[in-house]
Design a protein. Structure first.
Length: 96
């Protein structure tokens, strides 16, 4: 665990795709971004601000990427909303 508050937690990915690869997940169970409701807007904003803060703490001043995989065609394999924070190397486009 690298971060935790009352709404979210963050930890290192067990299969990192970059030198910095953290998962940021809400404590509330939301299966996917598609399942999120308008009432989750504050939580979703909190997740992105947490990602920014973690990127700063990790020294990713040259940039980073925040990714959410949504649904089978989007590459989602774990059905609990989560965001990947990736950095520490140059990111390519398109991502995959």
């Amino acid at each position: 665990m690298v971060y935790e508050d009352d709404r979210v937690m963050a930890f290192r990915d067990i299969h990192p795709q970059a030198p910095v690869h953290l998962l940021i997940i809400p404590k509330e169970h939301i299966p996917s971004l598609e399942a999120a409701e308008d009432a989750h807007a504050g939580l979703l904003g909190h997740i992105l601000i947490t990602a920014r803060n973690l990127a700063r703490e990790a020294g990713l001043q040259n940039g980073f990427r925040v990714v959410n995989n949504c649904g089978p065609a989007g590459g989602q394999t774990v059905y609990h909303l989560h965001f990947h924070l990736l950095g520490g190397r140059s990111m390519q486009w398109p991502p995959g």
